[in-house]
Design a protein around this ligand. Structure first.
Ligand code: NAD
Length: 487
């Protein structure tokens, strides 16, 4: 049985105990993972703090930090097939997706490598004579990064990249569901030549997560996961008044007007909901389609959904693989059952597949006559699309915004003025117009409401890992007069 190790202070070690990792394609144990335990978490944070103040890291030029990040990017690109294979094995994410995504993860590190020596301070023309006042941008300190199982290499890159570019140090807690790719990533990171302790990679569940995010030496928690866990994280971080950035779930509307390029919209909707087997925070999980084209659109969607190749995640021909855990599968099944009781109509799918592994088929529920069905408001994090319809533009906006989340949205229309009106009206952190799921290291990513706060990606994300120090320097050689002598 393969055993993985954690990475603390530049060394690989076993945890305080082992836990089993399951292969989602079979449900069988395939590897053992190190549980960090409280001791492991404390060691990792201590190492990150030592590294933060060490001359090797704190004294390194920003340009040199950038070069190390570039080297890391090259190593990720070289090792992408191995990382992809491990992510597929441990989380069930299909190899087609992991291969493409991990190659692109290298670009995120390249982007932040380039930014490292472009994080600038400022000079202020203050209203006092003989004074120089300027702002230094300094790294904030030890960052705790906590990620869920899906796309861990990607979700950690948008935290580690900007944090290291800014000069911070990081303790990353990989998800207890499928941590293998992150623990292997630590081996690749180790070859890049960073000083020890700059990045520490541990794993474990809520206990390790809570210990890390409430640790007094942690100044910022960068979290991706569900809203319920986020509430714990905010409570934990409140102990030390640590700041947080929260990338949480979504129930993103995918709005299609009758004037849209229908075939493009169908294809974008299919990948918008069924890519990553629906385990994606930006899933376009609520189709909001104009009533005049609803039947034709659903017919096409159903045909396409039923033609999707479901299979082993390590097979390049597979288009939808298993869910990561049995729990996810049961959640999907349960929520579908309740929604059907609440009046939703099943268009396709709906029942877990009877085969080994955690497979669930692409599912479509028509809720046009069941606006209160839970499937319209609750996140599945699985391959389930819920459909509603509208007649007018105002109605489309009202349905799109009828959610506690606010992460992504899709809009398909050929009408330019309508597109602009809709962009203004939609309450979400991302609006994709006549496209869906496009991401780039250069473009900020994040939401509001139950989808969290803060942005990952782009220049601002690196600035968010810095704090401002205001410096006042008196330029006059005249002695400062005694303040207590009356003049
Ligand atoms: P989760 O919230 O259960 O777990 C996420 C991480 O938090 C895991 O590493 C877990 O061990 C850790 N954790 C659990 N309890 C903790 C605690 N008390 N203190 C600290 N850490 C704790 O999320 P999940 O179920 O693994 O992932 C699915 C969720 O993630 C979905 O809601 C999804 O939408 C969201 N997600 C969001 C994005 C985004 O960028 N917005 C991306 C991917 C996933």
């Amino acid at each position: 049985m393969q055993q993985f190790q954690q990475y603390i202070d530049g060394a690989f070690s076993d945890g305080t105990s082992w836990f089993d990792s399951l292969d989602p394609a079979t449900g069988a144990v395939w590897a053992q993972m190190p549980e960090a335990g409280e001791d492991g978490v404390n060691q990792a944070v201590d190492a990150a703090e030592r590294a933060f103040f060490s001359p090797e890291w704190a004294g390194m030029t920003a340009t040199a930090r950038g070069k190390l990040l570039l080297r890391l990017a090259d190593l990720i690109a070289e090792n992408a097939p191995r990382l992809a294979e491990l992510e597929t094995r441990d989380t069930g994410k299909i190899i087609r997706e992991t291969s493409a995504q991990i190659a692109y993860v290298a670009e995120y590190y390249r982007y932040y490598a380039g930014l490292a020596d472009k994080i600038e301070g400022a000079h202020l023309p203050v209203d006092k004579p003989d004074m120089e006042v300027w702002l230094r941008r300094e790294p904030i300190g030890v960052v705790a990064a906590v990620v869920p199982w899906n796309s861990q290499l990607f979700l950690s890159a948008v935290k580690i990249g900007p944090a290291l570019a800014a000069g911070c140090t990081v303790v990353l807690k990989a998800s207890e569901e499928g941590p293998a790719p992150m623990l292997e990533f630590a081996r690749i990171f180790d070859q890049a030549g960073f000083p020890k302790g700059v990045l520490n990679v541990i794993t474990g569940g809520p206990v390790a997560g809570a210990t890390l995010t409430s640790h007094p030496k942690v100044v910022h928690v960068a979290f991706t996961g569900g809203p319920e866990t986020a509430r714990h994280i905010v409570r934990n971080s409140a102990e030390n008044l640590a700041s947080t950035s929260l990338e949480l779930g979504g129930k993103s509307p995918f709005i299609v007007f009758e004037d849209a390029d229908i075939e493009s919209a169908v294809n974008a909707q299919i990948s918008g909901i069924f890519a990553a087997t629906g385990q994606s925070c930006v899933s376009g999980s609520r189709l909001v389609v104009q009533a005049s084209i609803k039947d034709a659109f659903l017919k096409r969607l159903k045909e396409k959904a039923e033609a999707i190749v479901i299979g082993a995640p390590d097979d390049m021909a597979t288009e939808v693989g298993p869910l990561c855990t049995e729990r996810q599968r049961q959640t999907a099944q349960h929520l579908i059952k309740r929604s059907l009781q609440q009046g939703a109509k099943l268009i396709t799918g709906g029942e877990a597949l009877e085969r080994e592994g955690f497979y669930f088929p692409p599912t479509i529920l028509d809720c046009s006559d069941a606006r209160d069905a839970e499937c319209l408001s609750n996140e599945f994090f699985g391959p389930v699309l819920s459909v509603t319809s509208f007649d007018t533009e105002d109605e489309a906006i009202a349905i799109a915004n009828d959610t506690a989340f606010g992460l992504a949205s899709g809009l398909f229309t050929q009408n330019l003025t309508r597109a602009h009106r809709m962009i203004r009206a939609i309450r979400a952190g991302i609006v994709w117009v006549n496209t869906y799921r496009a991401v780039s290291p250069i473009a900020p990513f994040g939401g509001h409401g139950l989808s969290g706060h803060g942005r990952e990606g782009g220049l601002q994300a690196a600035l968010d890992y810095t704090k401002i120090k205001t410096v006042w320097l008196r330029t006059s050689d005249d002695p400062i007069p005694d303040p207590f002598v009356m003049r």
